[in-house]
Design a protein around this ligand. Structure first.
Ligand code: GUN
Ligand code: ZN
Length: 445
């Protein structure tokens, strides 16, 4: 058992951000077993017979919050983060992305990069990541091993693509299906408690209808999540619809392929029509909002408020390396900025996203979008303990908080100015995977 005591911040819903001072939270075998506000910590410690070395008393400038959730990140593209952003989506894929991803047939190379991306995202507070890997089955499995060993909760997507791709980076029609089924079976048979496979058709341009339909059958046979991209860039939308005859619009392509489920997450959705949003809502399919990527490769600005008002679940994604940062704090800031810019051309009653909204999206909202909210996303008895200890007085960095600042302003400051130096401890399923601002990960491998 482990006991935490101090200020706890979490969302119960998008409209209910809770600040709980002097709160005791007890974790047993990875799960939250007790939460008590305004508690007498000594009494609770004695009652549960918890030894002092298992008690974490948060300092005055610290708070405990749920771990952050990246609902869309390309692990192999980590090495490209921060360059090659001069081209829009389709040119960028051909010039930078496909050549980089092709290198991941080399397991030694994959091991080096994947170890860094898992370590770096955890250091930045991402306790759950929804990964795209590459088309290579073995290196995608390796990403699952690495996330398990380092201690991140993750969905691993072996990418599927069988058309309109360069000849050096495409799957043969026959092996595409065989490989994805073997991938799912192998990863599931490892019984890693926090790692799951995800069916990952890259997007409608690089996937035949036949492949997508078979992938949807496999997703249902093995009960796994599905991830892909939708309606990110105008040229992409046009090509996608022109390639799939008889499909009314982009969403209809995935509807006809039976890929829209309550366990499906679609990245971007910048240009979705009201009709498409209605269809997604009907299928309970969610959206990963990736504002850094949308700005960096100039895809467009997604009106997240509109998607949420239509009832869709929306999480945040870094979309490395269309997005240049692997930090969800960065995604939160970009989401606010994009929403602020959009609000300039809206009526006065339009509500741009604020720090409370993005805190929700980075935690419980992300969990809901991935169908994980029965397990993580906030602090409730019975949920698994994925959490961060945030230190608002790190020894270096731009974060400076005046002593008399309100708790709400402190949180807002952290969201706007914090970074990995202010995330002092990271827990996944009750296991501490980062300790101290020095960024030393307890890498078990
Ligand atoms: N659409 C298809 N593949 C990709 C990718 O790797 N990144 C982004 N941003 N969009 C895509
Ligand atoms: Zn993407």
């Amino acid at each position: 058992m482990k006991l935490f005591y101090g200020l706890v911040i979490h969302s119960k819903s998008i409209d209910d951000l809770c600040f709980l001072p002097n709160t005791v939270l007890i974790v047993d075998k990875g799960k939250i077993v007790c939460i008590q506000e305004n508690a007498d910590v000594n009494k609770v410690q004695q009652k549960h017979n918890i030894s002092s070395e298992n008690v974490v008393i948060l300092k005055e400038n610290e708070f405990l919050m749920p771990g952050m959730i990246d609902t869309h990140i390309h692990a192999p593209q980590y090495i490209n983060a921060g360059f090659g952003l001069e081209l829009p989506l389709l040119g960028w894929l051909n010039k930078y992305t496909f050549p980089t991803e092709a290198r991941f047939s080399d397991l030694k190379f994959a091991n080096e990069v994947y170890t860094r991306v898992v370590a770096n995202t955890l250091i930045n507070g991402t306790t759950t990541a929804m990964y795209f890997a590459t088309i290579h089955k073995d290196s995608a499995l390796l990403l699952g091993d690495i996330a398990h060993q380092i201690g991140q909760r993750a969905f691993i997507g072996k990418v599927s693509m069988d058309q309109n791709s360069p000849e050096y980076y495409i799957e043969e029609k026959g092996s595409a299906i065989k490989d994805i089924e073997e991938f799912i079976v192998s990863l599931q048979s490892k019984n890693y408690p926090n790692i799951q496979p995800a069916v990952t058709p890259r997007f409608a341009i690089t996937c035949s209808m036949n492949l997508m339909k078979t992938l949807s059958e496999l997703a249902s046979k093995y009960n796994v999540n599905i991830q892909t991209h939708v309606s990110e860039n105008p040229a992409e939308c046009e090509v996608a619809v022109s390639l799939h005859e008889g499909c009314r619009d982009y969403v209809d392509i995935y509807a006809q392929a039976n890929l829209l489920t309550a366990k499906t997450i679609l990245a971007h959705g910048v240009y979705l029509s009201d009709k498409e949003l209605e269809v997604l809502h009907r299928y309970q399919t969610s959206i990963s909002h990736c504002p850094n990527s949308n700005c960096s490769i100039r895809s467009g600005m997604c009106d997240v408020r509109r998607l949420m008002e239509k009832g869709l679940r929306v999480g945040l994604g870094t979309d490395v390396s269309g997005g240049f940062s692997s930090s969800i704090l960065d995604a939160m800031r970009f989401a606010i900025t994009v929403s602020n810019i959009l609000s300039l051309s809206k009526s006065e009653d339009y509500k741009p996203l604020n720090f409370r909204d993005v805190f929700f999206m980075a935690t419980l909202g992300g969990a809901q979008a991935l169908g994980l909210d029965d397990k993580v996303g906030n602090f409730e008895i019975g949920k698994e303990f994925d959490a961060l200890v945030v230190n608002l007085a790190p020894t270096d960095g731009n974060l400076e908080v005046w002593p008399d600042e309100s708790i709400e302003n402190r949180l807002s400051k952290w969201i706007h100015l914090g970074d990995d130096r202010s995330i002092s401890r990271v827990y996944v399923n009750g296991v501490e995977v980062k300790e101290g601002a020095s960024n030393t990960l307890r890498i078990k491998r």
